[in-house]
Design a protein around this ligand. Sequence first.
Ligand SMILES: Cc1cc2nc3c(=O)[nH]c(=O)nc-3n(C[C@H](O)[C@H](O)[C@H](O)COP(=O)(O)O)c2cc1C
Length: 139
Amino acid sequence: MKIVYWSGTGNTEKMATLIAEGISQGGKVAEIINVSGGDENIFNEEDLIILGCSAMGDEVLEEGEFEPFIEQISSKISGKKVALFGSYGWGDGQWMRDWEEKMISYGCQSILDPLIIENEPEGLGEDRCIEFGKKLASI
Ligand SMILES: Cc1cc2nc3c(=O)[nH]c(=O)nc-3n(C[C@H](O)[C@H](O)[C@H](O)COP(=O)(O)O)c2cc1C
């Protein structure tokens, strides 16, 4: 399984690490890939796409690297399952609702409610990330 993420201050990256831990507890292996090391073919062999990006700008994805990456893969992911996650600060998760809608418009099936965590995942937030990973391992 592949998790591709963008993270400015490490919060979404920590989520990715915890989700990978949950996937591993569920008996599968997850590779965590910073979006800067991704390319448009990265998910070609995968049925399930796992993506993480924090809320940036005004309730949008990070526009320098992550948004262009999503545009690049958009024509290659129709029919695949997608699971989304990310950290946010002061909003109400609008960026994630818009992002999920966008992925569905590309023909993806959103198989889990996206996981959003306020700021750094700690305590219960960490548990939620691990649970998310375990669920992904069972799909
Ligand atoms: C430039 C910038 C824009 C942001 N825009 C939003 C926003 O629109 N909504 C929100 O809830 N949080 C926003 N935040 C807060 C981040 O989403 C939050 O700090 C998050 O934990 C960062 O996660 P990361 O370390 O994975 O990038 C913004 C932060 C920065 C630096």
